[in-house]
Design a protein around this ligand. Structure first.
Ligand SMILES: [Zn+2]
Length: 485
Protein backbone atom coordinates (compact mmCIF):
# COMPACT_ATOMS: atom_id res chain seq x y z
CA UNK A 1 0.00 0.00 0.00
CA UNK A 2 1.22 3.47 -0.80
CA UNK A 3 0.68 6.43 1.50
CA UNK A 4 1.88 9.59 -0.11
CA UNK A 5 0.39 12.27 2.05
CA UNK A 6 2.69 13.73 4.68
CA UNK A 7 1.30 13.99 8.21
CA UNK A 8 1.36 17.03 10.38
CA UNK A 9 2.16 16.72 14.08
CA UNK A 10 -1.49 16.50 15.06
CA UNK A 11 -2.18 13.64 12.64
CA UNK A 12 0.98 11.88 13.71
CA UNK A 13 -0.07 12.16 17.36
CA UNK A 14 -3.50 10.74 16.52
CA UNK A 15 -1.87 7.89 14.58
CA UNK A 16 0.35 7.14 17.58
CA UNK A 17 -2.63 7.18 19.91
CA UNK A 18 -4.40 4.72 17.60
CA UNK A 19 -1.36 2.44 17.57
CA UNK A 20 -1.31 2.59 21.33
CA UNK A 21 -4.95 1.52 21.45
CA UNK A 22 -4.41 -1.33 18.98
CA UNK A 23 -1.43 -2.58 20.91
CA UNK A 24 -3.12 -2.23 24.27
CA UNK A 25 -6.41 -3.84 23.32
CA UNK A 26 -5.19 -6.85 21.48
CA UNK A 27 -5.82 -10.23 23.12
CA UNK A 28 -3.26 -10.63 25.83
CA UNK A 29 -0.93 -13.28 24.48
CA UNK A 30 2.48 -13.55 26.12
CA UNK A 31 4.47 -10.57 24.91
CA UNK A 32 7.27 -11.03 22.38
CA UNK A 33 6.09 -14.48 21.33
CA UNK A 34 2.72 -14.13 19.71
CA UNK A 35 1.62 -10.64 20.51
CA UNK A 36 2.86 -8.90 17.41
CA UNK A 37 3.89 -12.03 15.56
CA UNK A 38 2.06 -11.00 12.43
CA UNK A 39 4.20 -7.92 11.87
CA UNK A 40 7.57 -8.13 10.27
CA UNK A 41 10.35 -6.74 12.44
CA UNK A 42 8.02 -5.84 15.29
CA UNK A 43 8.35 -5.37 18.19
CA UNK A 44 11.59 -3.58 17.47
CA UNK A 45 14.88 -4.82 18.81
CA UNK A 46 14.54 -4.69 22.55
CA UNK A 47 18.27 -4.55 23.14
CA UNK A 48 19.95 -3.67 19.83
CA UNK A 49 22.75 -5.92 21.03
CA UNK A 50 23.48 -7.79 17.81
CA UNK A 51 24.67 -4.62 16.09
CA UNK A 52 27.25 -3.63 18.69
CA UNK A 53 30.97 -4.33 18.92
CA UNK A 54 32.56 -5.19 22.25
CA UNK A 55 33.76 -1.60 22.78
CA UNK A 56 30.42 -0.14 21.75
CA UNK A 57 28.76 -2.49 24.16
CA UNK A 58 30.96 -1.33 27.04
CA UNK A 59 30.40 2.32 26.16
CA UNK A 60 26.68 1.71 25.92
CA UNK A 61 26.64 0.11 29.34
CA UNK A 62 28.59 2.96 30.90
CA UNK A 63 26.47 5.65 29.21
CA UNK A 64 23.23 3.94 30.26
CA UNK A 65 24.46 3.89 33.84
CA UNK A 66 25.44 7.56 33.63
CA UNK A 67 21.96 8.36 32.31
CA UNK A 68 20.52 6.40 35.23
CA UNK A 69 22.60 8.56 37.62
CA UNK A 70 21.19 11.76 36.08
CA UNK A 71 17.54 10.62 36.01
CA UNK A 72 15.18 12.08 38.56
CA UNK A 73 12.51 9.46 37.93
CA UNK A 74 9.72 11.99 37.55
CA UNK A 75 7.46 11.47 34.51
CA UNK A 76 9.19 12.42 31.29
CA UNK A 77 12.58 13.03 32.91
CA UNK A 78 14.67 10.77 30.66
CA UNK A 79 18.30 11.76 30.19
CA UNK A 80 20.31 10.72 27.14
CA UNK A 81 24.13 10.87 27.20
CA UNK A 82 26.96 10.56 24.66
CA UNK A 83 30.72 10.89 24.81
CA UNK A 84 32.08 13.59 22.54
CA UNK A 85 35.71 12.44 22.67
CA UNK A 86 37.33 9.08 22.08
CA UNK A 87 39.03 9.27 25.51
CA UNK A 88 35.59 9.12 27.15
CA UNK A 89 36.07 12.18 29.35
CA UNK A 90 33.57 14.64 27.91
CA UNK A 91 29.83 13.97 28.09
CA UNK A 92 27.03 15.69 26.23
CA UNK A 93 23.60 15.42 27.84
CA UNK A 94 19.97 16.01 26.84
CA UNK A 95 16.54 15.61 28.42
CA UNK A 96 13.05 15.51 26.88
CA UNK A 97 12.90 19.19 27.73
CA UNK A 98 15.46 21.86 28.53
CA UNK A 99 17.36 21.19 31.75
CA UNK A 100 16.33 23.34 34.71
CA UNK A 101 18.54 24.75 37.43
CA UNK A 102 18.18 21.56 39.51
CA UNK A 103 19.48 19.42 36.63
CA UNK A 104 22.38 21.77 35.99
CA UNK A 105 23.28 22.00 39.66
CA UNK A 106 23.12 18.22 40.11
CA UNK A 107 25.16 17.38 37.01
CA UNK A 108 27.78 19.87 38.19
CA UNK A 109 27.92 18.26 41.64
CA UNK A 110 27.86 14.70 40.34
CA UNK A 111 30.75 15.19 37.93
CA UNK A 112 32.61 17.17 40.57
CA UNK A 113 32.25 14.21 42.94
CA UNK A 114 33.27 11.78 40.20
CA UNK A 115 36.35 13.86 39.42
CA UNK A 116 37.58 13.90 43.01
CA UNK A 117 36.98 10.34 44.15
CA UNK A 118 38.78 8.78 47.03
CA UNK A 119 41.16 5.95 46.06
CA UNK A 120 39.05 3.71 48.31
CA UNK A 121 36.43 2.29 46.00
CA UNK A 122 34.00 1.64 48.82
CA UNK A 123 34.03 5.24 50.07
CA UNK A 124 33.66 6.50 46.50
CA UNK A 125 30.71 4.23 45.87
CA UNK A 126 29.03 5.40 49.05
CA UNK A 127 29.58 9.07 48.12
CA UNK A 128 28.00 8.64 44.72
CA UNK A 129 25.09 6.62 46.09
CA UNK A 130 24.34 9.32 48.68
CA UNK A 131 24.28 11.91 45.91
CA UNK A 132 21.94 9.82 43.81
CA UNK A 133 19.64 9.12 46.68
CA UNK A 134 19.02 12.84 46.93
CA UNK A 135 18.52 13.61 43.24
CA UNK A 136 16.99 10.40 41.93
CA UNK A 137 14.88 9.39 44.93
CA UNK A 138 11.80 9.09 42.75
CA UNK A 139 13.72 6.91 40.33
CA UNK A 140 14.80 4.58 43.14
CA UNK A 141 11.27 4.55 44.52
CA UNK A 142 9.78 3.53 41.23
CA UNK A 143 12.35 0.79 40.73
CA UNK A 144 11.51 -0.66 44.14
CA UNK A 145 7.83 -0.28 43.40
CA UNK A 146 8.14 -2.16 40.14
CA UNK A 147 9.85 -5.08 41.86
CA UNK A 148 6.97 -5.12 44.29
CA UNK A 149 4.36 -4.93 41.55
CA UNK A 150 5.89 -7.90 39.80
CA UNK A 151 5.06 -9.96 42.92
CA UNK A 152 1.86 -8.42 44.25
CA UNK A 153 -1.32 -8.58 42.23
CA UNK A 154 -4.64 -7.67 43.83
CA UNK A 155 -6.49 -9.83 41.33
CA UNK A 156 -4.16 -12.74 41.90
CA UNK A 157 -3.54 -12.84 45.63
CA UNK A 158 -1.47 -16.03 45.52
CA UNK A 159 1.11 -14.67 43.11
CA UNK A 160 3.65 -13.66 45.77
CA UNK A 161 3.62 -17.00 47.58
CA UNK A 162 3.35 -19.12 44.42
CA UNK A 163 6.46 -17.63 42.88
CA UNK A 164 8.34 -17.70 46.18
CA UNK A 165 7.46 -21.37 46.71
CA UNK A 166 8.50 -22.28 43.17
CA UNK A 167 11.86 -20.57 43.61
CA UNK A 168 12.45 -22.02 47.08
CA UNK A 169 11.62 -25.47 45.77
CA UNK A 170 14.26 -25.01 43.16
CA UNK A 171 17.00 -24.44 45.74
CA UNK A 172 16.10 -27.49 47.84
CA UNK A 173 19.11 -29.80 47.69
CA UNK A 174 18.16 -32.87 45.73
CA UNK A 175 15.83 -31.05 43.40
CA UNK A 176 16.69 -30.10 39.85
CA UNK A 177 19.47 -27.60 39.81
CA UNK A 178 20.94 -28.89 43.06
CA UNK A 179 24.40 -28.70 41.53
CA UNK A 180 23.91 -25.00 41.08
CA UNK A 181 22.51 -24.30 44.51
CA UNK A 182 24.60 -26.53 46.71
CA UNK A 183 28.27 -26.95 47.35
CA UNK A 184 30.89 -24.40 48.23
CA UNK A 185 30.36 -20.72 47.73
CA UNK A 186 32.46 -19.35 44.92
CA UNK A 187 32.41 -16.18 42.94
CA UNK A 188 30.37 -17.58 40.08
CA UNK A 189 27.62 -18.73 42.43
CA UNK A 190 27.43 -15.69 44.75
CA UNK A 191 29.49 -12.96 43.05
CA UNK A 192 29.45 -10.35 45.84
CA UNK A 193 29.62 -12.71 48.78
CA UNK A 194 32.97 -11.34 50.00
CA UNK A 195 31.17 -8.04 50.72
CA UNK A 196 27.77 -9.36 51.74
CA UNK A 197 29.12 -11.81 54.32
CA UNK A 198 30.10 -8.91 56.57
CA UNK A 199 26.60 -7.41 56.50
CA UNK A 200 24.70 -7.82 59.78
CA UNK A 201 21.83 -9.97 58.58
CA UNK A 202 24.13 -12.47 56.89
CA UNK A 203 26.18 -13.12 60.00
CA UNK A 204 23.90 -15.91 61.21
CA UNK A 205 23.80 -17.64 57.84
CA UNK A 206 25.95 -20.61 57.02
CA UNK A 207 28.38 -18.84 54.72
CA UNK A 208 29.49 -22.04 53.10
CA UNK A 209 26.07 -23.08 51.83
CA UNK A 210 24.91 -21.57 48.57
CA UNK A 211 21.34 -22.72 49.08
CA UNK A 212 21.14 -21.12 52.55
CA UNK A 213 22.47 -17.82 51.26
CA UNK A 214 20.13 -17.75 48.26
CA UNK A 215 17.17 -18.71 50.42
CA UNK A 216 17.90 -15.83 52.76
CA UNK A 217 18.31 -13.37 49.88
CA UNK A 218 15.08 -14.51 48.30
CA UNK A 219 13.02 -14.26 51.49
CA UNK A 220 14.54 -10.86 52.37
CA UNK A 221 13.66 -9.53 48.91
CA UNK A 222 10.14 -10.97 48.87
CA UNK A 223 9.58 -9.46 52.33
CA UNK A 224 10.54 -5.89 51.47
CA UNK A 225 8.65 -6.15 48.19
CA UNK A 226 5.53 -7.14 50.08
CA UNK A 227 5.77 -4.08 52.29
CA UNK A 228 5.58 -1.66 49.33
CA UNK A 229 1.85 -1.22 48.93
CA UNK A 230 1.75 2.08 47.05
CA UNK A 231 4.28 4.00 45.02
CA UNK A 232 3.82 7.09 47.14
CA UNK A 233 4.51 5.09 50.29
CA UNK A 234 7.63 3.29 49.14
CA UNK A 235 10.42 3.97 51.61
CA UNK A 236 13.81 4.10 49.99
CA UNK A 237 16.23 2.98 52.71
CA UNK A 238 19.23 5.02 53.78
CA UNK A 239 22.34 4.62 51.68
CA UNK A 240 23.90 1.78 53.69
CA UNK A 241 20.74 -0.33 53.60
CA UNK A 242 20.04 0.66 50.00
CA UNK A 243 23.45 -0.62 49.03
CA UNK A 244 22.71 -4.00 50.58
CA UNK A 245 19.22 -4.21 49.07
CA UNK A 246 20.43 -3.39 45.58
CA UNK A 247 23.46 -5.64 45.88
CA UNK A 248 21.17 -8.55 46.78
CA UNK A 249 18.88 -7.63 43.88
CA UNK A 250 21.86 -7.58 41.54
CA UNK A 251 23.21 -10.93 42.77
CA UNK A 252 19.83 -12.67 42.73
CA UNK A 253 18.88 -11.45 39.28
CA UNK A 254 22.18 -12.73 37.92
CA UNK A 255 21.99 -16.23 39.38
CA UNK A 256 20.58 -19.18 37.48
CA UNK A 257 17.93 -19.30 40.19
CA UNK A 258 16.17 -16.47 38.40
CA UNK A 259 17.78 -16.62 34.99
CA UNK A 260 16.87 -20.16 34.01
CA UNK A 261 13.39 -21.44 33.26
CA UNK A 262 11.70 -23.27 36.11
CA UNK A 263 11.24 -26.98 35.52
CA UNK A 264 7.64 -28.16 35.00
CA UNK A 265 6.23 -24.68 35.41
CA UNK A 266 3.45 -23.11 33.40
CA UNK A 267 3.53 -20.01 31.21
CA UNK A 268 2.09 -17.90 34.02
CA UNK A 269 4.90 -18.82 36.40
CA UNK A 270 7.54 -18.33 33.73
CA UNK A 271 6.17 -14.90 32.94
CA UNK A 272 6.19 -14.01 36.65
CA UNK A 273 9.78 -15.23 37.00
CA UNK A 274 11.13 -13.28 34.01
CA UNK A 275 9.35 -10.06 34.96
CA UNK A 276 10.57 -10.32 38.55
CA UNK A 277 14.15 -11.01 37.38
CA UNK A 278 14.12 -8.08 34.95
CA UNK A 279 12.87 -5.62 37.53
CA UNK A 280 15.26 -6.92 40.14
CA UNK A 281 18.11 -6.34 37.70
CA UNK A 282 17.05 -2.71 37.32
CA UNK A 283 16.95 -2.37 41.09
CA UNK A 284 20.43 -3.92 41.18
CA UNK A 285 21.70 -1.18 38.91
CA UNK A 286 22.09 0.93 42.04
CA UNK A 287 24.87 -1.45 42.89
CA UNK A 288 26.55 -2.59 39.69
CA UNK A 289 25.71 0.57 37.72
CA UNK A 290 27.32 2.90 40.23
CA UNK A 291 30.30 0.56 40.54
CA UNK A 292 30.75 0.75 36.79
CA UNK A 293 30.60 4.55 36.83
CA UNK A 294 33.03 4.77 39.76
CA UNK A 295 35.49 2.45 38.00
CA UNK A 296 35.39 4.63 34.91
CA UNK A 297 35.77 7.85 36.89
CA UNK A 298 38.74 6.45 38.83
CA UNK A 299 40.29 5.48 35.49
CA UNK A 300 39.90 9.04 34.21
CA UNK A 301 41.39 10.37 37.44
CA UNK A 302 44.35 7.99 37.19
CA UNK A 303 45.23 9.59 33.87
CA UNK A 304 45.17 13.02 35.52
CA UNK A 305 42.19 13.97 33.40
CA UNK A 306 39.00 15.68 34.42
CA UNK A 307 35.45 14.67 33.57
CA UNK A 308 33.70 17.42 31.68
CA UNK A 309 30.13 17.74 30.55
CA UNK A 310 27.83 19.99 28.57
CA UNK A 311 24.09 20.22 28.04
CA UNK A 312 22.42 20.25 24.65
CA UNK A 313 21.48 23.75 23.55
CA UNK A 314 17.82 23.52 22.58
CA UNK A 315 17.51 26.99 21.16
CA UNK A 316 17.60 25.74 17.57
CA UNK A 317 15.03 23.02 18.14
CA UNK A 318 11.71 23.58 16.44
CA UNK A 319 8.47 21.71 16.77
CA UNK A 320 5.73 21.69 14.22
CA UNK A 321 3.02 22.36 16.77
CA UNK A 322 2.59 23.54 20.36
CA UNK A 323 -0.34 21.74 21.94
CA UNK A 324 -3.66 20.51 20.63
CA UNK A 325 -6.41 17.98 21.21
CA UNK A 326 -6.65 14.78 19.23
CA UNK A 327 -10.00 15.54 17.65
CA UNK A 328 -13.37 13.83 18.05
CA UNK A 329 -13.47 11.44 15.09
CA UNK A 330 -10.66 8.88 14.92
CA UNK A 331 -12.45 6.69 12.37
CA UNK A 332 -12.66 9.45 9.79
CA UNK A 333 -9.04 10.39 10.37
CA UNK A 334 -7.91 6.79 10.12
CA UNK A 335 -9.70 6.30 6.81
CA UNK A 336 -8.10 9.47 5.54
CA UNK A 337 -4.64 8.36 6.67
CA UNK A 338 -5.06 4.99 5.00
CA UNK A 339 -6.20 6.46 1.71
CA UNK A 340 -9.88 5.58 2.02
CA UNK A 341 -9.25 1.90 2.74
CA UNK A 342 -12.38 -0.05 3.77
CA UNK A 343 -12.18 -0.90 7.45
CA UNK A 344 -14.17 -3.22 9.67
CA UNK A 345 -16.51 -0.96 11.61
CA UNK A 346 -17.06 -3.34 14.51
CA UNK A 347 -13.31 -3.66 15.07
CA UNK A 348 -12.86 0.08 14.96
CA UNK A 349 -15.72 0.62 17.40
CA UNK A 350 -14.07 -1.78 19.84
CA UNK A 351 -10.70 -0.13 19.55
CA UNK A 352 -11.95 3.42 19.75
CA UNK A 353 -14.34 2.81 22.60
CA UNK A 354 -13.52 5.52 25.08
CA UNK A 355 -11.81 7.74 22.50
CA UNK A 356 -14.26 10.57 23.17
CA UNK A 357 -13.01 10.70 26.76
CA UNK A 358 -9.48 11.17 25.49
CA UNK A 359 -10.33 13.40 22.56
CA UNK A 360 -10.45 16.54 24.65
CA UNK A 361 -7.14 15.87 26.40
CA UNK A 362 -4.42 18.22 25.32
CA UNK A 363 -1.29 16.79 23.78
CA UNK A 364 1.87 18.81 24.21
CA UNK A 365 4.49 17.20 21.97
CA UNK A 366 8.12 17.08 23.08
CA UNK A 367 11.18 16.01 21.17
CA UNK A 368 12.78 13.13 23.03
CA UNK A 369 16.29 13.37 24.44
CA UNK A 370 18.09 11.00 22.07
CA UNK A 371 16.84 12.97 19.05
CA UNK A 372 17.90 16.26 20.63
CA UNK A 373 21.38 14.85 21.08
CA UNK A 374 21.66 13.66 17.50
CA UNK A 375 20.39 16.94 16.04
CA UNK A 376 22.65 18.98 18.27
CA UNK A 377 25.73 16.93 17.44
CA UNK A 378 25.00 16.70 13.71
CA UNK A 379 26.23 20.26 13.27
CA UNK A 380 29.37 19.57 15.33
CA UNK A 381 30.51 16.56 13.29
CA UNK A 382 31.61 14.23 16.10
CA UNK A 383 34.16 11.50 15.54
CA UNK A 384 32.45 8.72 13.55
CA UNK A 385 33.44 6.29 16.32
CA UNK A 386 31.11 8.12 18.71
CA UNK A 387 27.60 7.04 17.94
CA UNK A 388 26.47 5.19 21.04
CA UNK A 389 23.77 6.94 23.07
CA UNK A 390 23.00 5.97 26.66
CA UNK A 391 19.48 6.51 28.03
CA UNK A 392 17.87 5.87 31.39
CA UNK A 393 15.14 3.92 29.53
CA UNK A 394 15.05 2.16 26.21
CA UNK A 395 13.90 4.23 23.24
CA UNK A 396 10.24 4.47 22.37
CA UNK A 397 8.73 3.25 19.10
CA UNK A 398 8.95 6.57 17.25
CA UNK A 399 12.50 7.38 18.44
CA UNK A 400 13.62 3.96 17.26
CA UNK A 401 12.08 4.56 13.83
CA UNK A 402 13.40 8.14 13.65
CA UNK A 403 16.99 7.07 14.44
CA UNK A 404 16.77 4.23 11.92
CA UNK A 405 15.58 6.60 9.17
CA UNK A 406 18.07 9.31 10.14
CA UNK A 407 20.94 6.81 9.82
CA UNK A 408 19.71 5.58 6.44
CA UNK A 409 19.46 9.09 5.02
CA UNK A 410 22.63 10.53 6.54
CA UNK A 411 24.89 7.47 6.50
CA UNK A 412 25.37 7.66 10.29
CA UNK A 413 25.34 4.87 12.89
CA UNK A 414 23.58 6.33 15.90
CA UNK A 415 22.26 3.70 18.28
CA UNK A 416 20.63 3.41 21.68
CA UNK A 417 20.29 0.25 23.76
CA UNK A 418 17.15 -0.79 21.85
CA UNK A 419 13.45 -0.09 22.04
CA UNK A 420 10.47 -0.99 24.20
CA UNK A 421 8.32 -0.39 21.09
CA UNK A 422 5.72 1.78 22.80
CA UNK A 423 4.00 4.59 20.92
CA UNK A 424 3.37 7.98 22.57
CA UNK A 425 0.90 10.51 21.23
CA UNK A 426 3.03 13.30 22.68
CA UNK A 427 6.11 12.26 20.70
CA UNK A 428 7.19 15.43 18.95
CA UNK A 429 8.71 15.31 15.51
CA UNK A 430 11.30 18.08 15.07
CA UNK A 431 11.01 20.46 12.14
CA UNK A 432 14.71 19.92 11.39
CA UNK A 433 15.46 17.12 8.91
CA UNK A 434 12.10 17.23 7.07
CA UNK A 435 13.11 14.32 4.84
CA UNK A 436 13.55 12.17 7.95
CA UNK A 437 10.19 13.36 9.27
CA UNK A 438 8.43 12.43 6.04
CA UNK A 439 9.77 8.90 6.05
CA UNK A 440 9.05 8.43 9.77
CA UNK A 441 5.44 9.49 9.17
CA UNK A 442 5.22 7.01 6.35
CA UNK A 443 6.53 4.12 8.44
CA UNK A 444 4.17 4.91 11.32
CA UNK A 445 1.17 4.83 8.96
CA UNK A 446 2.37 1.57 7.41
CA UNK A 447 2.60 0.11 10.91
CA UNK A 448 -0.92 1.28 11.65
CA UNK A 449 -2.15 -0.32 8.45
CA UNK A 450 -0.41 -3.58 9.35
CA UNK A 451 -2.03 -3.63 12.76
CA UNK A 452 -5.41 -3.38 11.09
CA UNK A 453 -4.52 -6.44 9.02
CA UNK A 454 -3.96 -8.75 11.95
CA UNK A 455 -6.76 -10.78 13.46
CA UNK A 456 -9.94 -9.05 14.51
CA UNK A 457 -10.21 -7.91 18.04
CA UNK A 458 -12.65 -10.26 19.66
CA UNK A 459 -12.41 -9.40 23.31
CA UNK A 460 -11.41 -6.60 25.54
CA UNK A 461 -8.54 -7.46 27.81
CA UNK A 462 -5.96 -5.73 29.95
CA UNK A 463 -3.12 -3.96 28.16
CA UNK A 464 0.07 -6.01 27.86
CA UNK A 465 2.41 -6.22 30.82
CA UNK A 466 5.09 -3.65 30.58
CA UNK A 467 8.47 -2.84 32.01
CA UNK A 468 7.34 0.62 32.77
CA UNK A 469 3.78 0.76 33.90
CA UNK A 470 3.61 4.52 34.00
CA UNK A 471 4.22 4.59 30.31
CA UNK A 472 2.47 1.43 29.20
CA UNK A 473 0.12 1.77 26.25
CA UNK A 474 -2.99 1.38 28.38
CA UNK A 475 -1.96 4.01 30.89
CA UNK A 476 -0.43 6.60 28.64
CA UNK A 477 -3.53 8.72 28.13
CA UNK A 478 -3.09 10.59 31.37
CA UNK A 479 0.48 11.45 30.48
CA UNK A 480 -0.02 12.98 27.09
CA UNK A 481 -0.37 16.45 28.46
CA UNK A 482 3.07 16.36 30.02
CA UNK A 483 4.77 14.57 27.17
CA UNK A 484 5.93 11.79 29.42
CA UNK A 485 7.18 8.49 28.22
ZN1 LIG B 1 11.37 8.43 22.38
Amino acid sequence: MCFTRSLNQQELSAAMKMLELYMGWRPNNPPEVAQYGGLEGFPFDRTNKSGRSYTEDLNMKLLNHLAFCLARGTPGHVPAVVFTDMDRTHLHIALNSSPDSIDRQFSHELFQTLSTLSPDHNISYQDVLEKLRGHGLQNLKSRMWKVSKSLIDKKDVDKHSRLLQALLKRIQPGNTGSKLYSGRVNNSKIPEWHILKDEDDFKGIDGSSVSEILKHMLITTFNWAKSCTQLSEVQVPEAKELKRTSMIAHVLSGTSLLKEALADSDAWLENARTTFARRLRKMGECWDGIQFVVDWAQGVQAQNRKIEHSWVMDSGLELNADSFSLGPDPKALLKDLLGGKALDEATLDTIFKGWSKRAGAMVAPKVHAEIRLILDLSSKKPDPGLHVIGCSKRSCLACFVWIEVYNEINGTHWMTAGSHSKPYAAWGIPAQSPDVAKEVNHRIVVLLDQFLGIEKIVQVLEPPASDDDNSSPGAAAVQDATGSR
